[in-house]
Design a protein around this ligand. Structure first.
Ligand code: F6R
Length: 267
């Protein structure tokens, strides 16, 4: 297999979002029943807006697409305005033609979380696995809610959020004490099982985490660093998020060459 980890540096958040949406749209066009892994938070909002725009202009059909979200807060009702259920319906699902029965989001209200997590893994498997998994990155280097120290082989399970993540997410809840302390999240191993990974980061606040993930050692202390082990990865950054990378000139050069090859090959 041809392994690749492409680091694409775009000028700003809009360009990053457009590039990511193009990659997802290409996936759906080549496989209308594609299985998408989706993320919440501030980072993917621009991608979702772009996908909605493509759908509205008649360029993108989600009618056969299936989706699996990375995570959900534990014991936050799905109709809570800050649940990831609410987030996904408000920011994407209500505005495209995905079928609600094709949408899966972890159930933080499940009475038996352990068996729910097993069934979530099973459902992903039955769908044929995730074709493309969209990821953000936390300032502590987490993907999903796989906080530092998570097992790199972990599967979907309940995780305790770090104080940093709780503080970061307080902006959505108004006050820190309202942020749930636990979440149900796909594990690092679950994420590694996706056929393609698409990680996005924007802003200087993510620069250190991005550098540690891409250029640091693979470590459970920075769970995003496992991207270095995956065969098919796109990391799309804006210039600020890329500002601490030591090899950005090389990544930019490689991208120019890749574009040239793709244009010549007509892909
Ligand atoms: C969200 C998720 C998290 C976020 C990360 C970055 O589903 O899994 O890993 O991607 O916390 O969040 P933002 O984008 O809000 O900075």
């Amino acid at each position: 297999m041809f392994f690749k980890l492409r680091v694409i540096i775009e000028k700003d958040y809009s360009a990053m979002s457009r590039k990511a949406a193009e990659i997802i749209a290409k996936e759906i066009r080549s496989k209308p029943q594609a299985v998408l892994g989706l993320a919440t938070g501030s980072t993917p909002l621009g991608v979702y807006q772009e996908l909605i725009r493509m759908h509205e202009t008649g360029n993108l059909d989600f009618s056969a697409v299936r989706t699996f979200n990375l995570d959900e807060y534990y014991r936050l009702r799905p109709d809570h305005p800050e649940s990831y259920h609410s987030f996904m319906f408000k920011n994407l699902f209500e505005k495209i033609n995905v079928k609600p029965e094709n949408v899966s989001i972890p159930d933080g209200m499940a009475t038996d979380i352990g068996s729910f997590c097993e069934s979530y893994e099973e459902r992903i498997k039955e769908a044929g696995g995730i074709d493309i998994q969209l990821l953000g990155i936390g300032r502590d280097g987490h993907i999903g809610f796989n906080e530092p120290g998570s097992s790199l082989g972990s599967r979907t399970r309940l995780k305790t959020l770090t104080e940093e993540t709780i503080r970061d997410n307080a902006r959505f809840f108004g006050k820190e004490s309202d942020v749930p302390h636990f979440a149900v999240t796909m594990g690092v191993g679950t994420i590694l099982g996706a056929k393609k990974l698409l990680m996005l980061a924007s802003g200087g606040g993510k620069a250190r985490a991005v550098r540690d993930a891409i250029e640091g050692p693979v470590s459970a202390q920075v769970t995003a660093s496992v991207l270095q082990l995956h065969p098919n990865v796109f990391v799309i950054l804006d210039e600020e998020a890329a500002s601490m990378l030591s090899r950005s000139d090389y990544y930019i050069y490689v991208e120019k060459m890749a574009e040239k090859f793709e244009a010549e090959a007509g892909t």
